[in-house]
Structures are given as C-alpha cells and as structure tokens.
Design a binder for this molecule. Structure first.
Ligand code: ZN
Length: 122
C-alpha cells in the first residue's frame, strides 16, 4: 500500500502503529513525530487514522457503558488485539458492526464482543 510518494516512514509501519498511536501508547517521541509527519504527508494513512480513531472511540464508549470493572482490562486487550489486525486497505470502502453480549450468572460473567469488518472495492 502506498500513495506513491516517498516517506521516511513506510505506510505499513504507520498503519501497524496506528492503534497504539491513537491510544497514546507509544512512549518513543521520535516514533510519534515520525507518524505525525507521515500522516500530514500521506492522505490514505490520514484517512485510516481517522477511521481507527473512530473505532477506538466507539469501543471505549461501549466498554465504559457495558463493562464490569474487573473485566474491562482483559476485554480491552482482546478488542485491541482484534483491531490491530493489519488490513492495509485504506482505499477500500470500509464498514463495521459491533455486537456486545454479556451474560451474568451467580458463578460467572461471560462477555463476548464480535466485531465485523468488511472492506469493499469502491
Ligand atoms: Zn502512508
């Protein structure tokens, strides 16, 4: 995936780091600056960043609303692992739906988050 311009940081590196970047989980300031510079120069990666920020926001709202305190960290990690899946297809039309299920009994709490993503050629 490339917009055709030369970048010091390859698009694939930026796309792989986007979720961490959005979550402010990148400690290395040089890496953060490299990503920010790239996003300014590269429209496809900027679009992807906006998209990921939106998913991130939705998931956080979902988890804040639905999650019991002790489940949220693990669930959040699982969700992050799912959305970290590299797709590298920012040119494609993207759609997403989230199904959140929580079943609580006396002995256990079962939580399930299903995220359906679909990429379609425009
Ligand atoms: Zn790029």
């Amino acid at each position: 995936m490339s917009c055709g311009n030369h970048h010091n940081t390859p698009c694939t590196d930026v796309l792989h780091a986007i979720v961490l970047y959005i979550d402010h989980e990148i400690a290395d300031q040089a890496s953060v600056q490299a990503i920010e510079l790239h996003i300014q120069e590269c429209a496809p990666c900027a679009a992807r960043t906006t998209q990921e920020a939106l998913i991130n926001q939705q998931l956080k709202a979902l988890l804040n609303r639905s999650c019991r305190e002790e489940a949220s960290e693990q669930l959040r990690n699982n969700v992050n692992a799912i959305i970290r899946e590299p797709s590298n297809q920012p040119y494609l039309q993207w759609s997403q739906s989230i199904t959140y299920t929580e079943i609580t009994t006396d002995s256990f709490t079962h939580t399930r988050v299903e995220i359906h993503e679909r990429y379609e050629e425009e």
